[in-house]
Design a binder for this molecule. Structure first.
Ligand SMILES: Cc1cc2nc3c(=O)[nH]c(=O)nc-3n(C[C@H](O)[C@H](O)[C@H](O)COP(=O)(O)OP(=O)(O)OC[C@H]3O[C@@H](n4cnc5c(N)ncnc54)[C@H](O)[C@@H]3O)c2cc1C
Length: 462
């Protein structure tokens, strides 16, 4: 953190002046609706900011930044709070929640989307589909487009089309000093580079533009096997990934589906080893490629040709806000011994409270930094993991943390020590997310646009 950010003790925000300046709303502790205002999508996170502002537009953002500067408060930004656990309790910070900034426009001629900072992936995917276009959405319908893309963005089409941040063409933001800017490759090459994968360290993004793809069909789905077959299934999937075209993006997964009433009958309360994949090569070629996995005899097979919008249902992410305690590792490789150790640590025969543990296959375009790529550019690893449990109590949370630590230990020998910001659910060293030279360049850019260290990103580079 920049030392000057803590030089003066924070005072309460001047509520009357700020409310007079806002078209949006200001919420303060103790007022009606405060608990709802401060809540994050991740219900396991109990965040206590000094104030929450819901801006309607960029001028509101500038007013909030001004009020925070006067009060000596730092500023955090959230679209949804999916990654709120990395933020900490936000004490002493003014939190800007962008959820009212929901405008979407699609230009089918240039295949470009412009989204407000609060737009969710489900909304954009639907709007793009109306024009026969697809976006590089993640697995979940209610993750924020802007937060996801600032961190990189690993989609179901990622091995073919790379990180979502690489398709960004313009970013509109308000910098710490209250200046509204539209950043493109031409207007400001340094900021444009930093905003593509460098996270929320450079300003409050109010809108983003990026390219869409003329994709109208994918062959995608999941194979479900009894959890007892996890070792065999994940090993066949691991070998399968060694020789796959970039058009296939897949993951291997262990799931223990909670017995919740809104989960359909064949899945409710059941445990599975799974393979999920999306293929861009057409049904015939996809079926050829899938043959070795289908040959294992899944108990359920949902693969089918479908519009890209169907991908948002593939991973069975929670339908709305949920409590989550997660962990993640970047893997240099995956060998049979490490995979077997992982299955022994959290698979069948263990009482692991981890609800979902996935290993995503990286590589392809996701692993290639192209000329002119952004601050992140690519993910340095051949696989990455994300495991999560849904705690109902502090005791549950402790058991999930312990089980995820067992999984971490099992994969220790293949762990690169790196992190992917979007999957890192606790504070991690900036050096583990970004390459040394990129980090130095990002820090210089941040020093120029936010010398007092006003903005506080979930994954700070300070
Ligand atoms: C169920 C689930 C599924 C997921 N699936 C995927 C996936 O498939 N691929 C993938 O890559 N990731 C995935 N993620 C991770 C997700 O991309 C990150 O949690 C991401 O940070 C979420 O962005 P958000 O805006 O929704 O969350 P938030 O927690 O609101 O934002 C995350 C951070 O982004 C920054 N930020 C957000 N908005 C702004 C803004 N307007 N201006 C400046 N900074 C801003 C802030 O620093 C903030 O702390 C998933 C997460 C969950 C919980």
């Amino acid at each position: 953190m920049n030392p000057s950010a803590t030089a003066t003790a924070p005072t309460a925000v001047d509520a009357a002046s700020l409310r007079a300046a806002l078209d949006g709303d200001l919420h303060l502790p103790g007022e009606a609706g405060w608990d709802e205002a401060r809540a994050a999508w991740n219900l396991a996170v109990d965040q206590h900011p000094a104030a929450v502002v819901f801006p309607e537009h960029a001028a509101d953002v500038a007013a909030a930044l001004h009020a925070a500067t006067i009060a000596g408060l730092r500023v955090g930004v959230q679209g949804t709070g999916h990654n709120a656990s990395a933020f900490g309790d936000l004490g002493g910070a003014l939190l800007i929640k962008t959820e009212r900034m929901r405008e979407i426009s699609i230009d089918p001629r240039t295949r470009t989307a412009r989204v407000g900072a609060g737009v969710l992936w489900g909304e954009l995917v639907e709007a793009a589909a109306a024009h026969g276009l697809a976006a590089l959405a993640g697995t979940s319908h209610d993750v924020g487009v802007v937060g996801y893309t600032l961190g990189g963005g690993a989609s179901w089409l990622a091995r073919k089309h790379g990180l979502a941040s690489e398709r960004v063409s313009a970013v509109e933001l308000v910098t710490a000093g209250g200046r509204e800017r539209r950043v493109t490759a031409e207007s400001d090459p340094d900021m444009f580079w930093a905003l593509r994968g460098g996270g929320g360290n450079f300003g409050v993004v109010t809108a983003m533009e990026f390219g869409l793809l003329p994709v109208t069909e994918v062959y995608a789905g999941a194979l479900f096997f009894p959890l007892e077959r996890a070792g065999e299934v994940l090993e066949v999937w691991r070998r399968w990934t060694l020789d796959l075209p970039d058009e296939v993006t897949s993951l291997g997964r262990l799931v223990r589906i909670p017995p919740l009433p809104d989960i359909p009958e064949p899945l409710r309360g059941e445990s599975f080893a799974m393979v999920e994949a999306a293929c861009l090569l057409g049904a015939e070629r996809a079926e050829e490629l899938l043959a070795p996995l289908r040959g294992l005899g899944p108990v359920m097979d949902t693969f089918a040709a479908q519009p890209p919008a169907g991908l948002l249902a593939l991973h069975m992410d929670p339908p709305g806000p949920a409590p989550g305690v997660g962990d993640h590792q970047m893997l240099a490789d995956l060998d049979p011994g490490s995979l077997a150790a992982l299955v022994a640590a959290i698979g069948p025969g263990t009482d692991s409270p981890v609800v979902s543990y996935e290993i995503r296959h990286l590589g392809g375009a996701l692993g290639r930094r192209e000329e002119g790529s952004g601050a992140l550019g690519a993910l340095d690893g051949r696989y990455m993991t994300f495991g999560v449990g849904m705690p109902a109590s502090p005791e549950d949370a402790a058991a999930i943390v312990a089980s995820l630590a067992d999984a971490r230990a099992a994969l220790d020998v293949v762990d690169t020590g790196g992190n992917y910001a979007n999957f890192a659910e606790r504070p991690v060293e900036a050096e583990s997310i970004h390459r040394t030279r990129s980090l130095a360049r990002m820090r210089a850019i941040r020093e120029a646009v936010d010398p007092a260290g006003l903005l506080r990103a979930n994954h700070s580079i300070d």
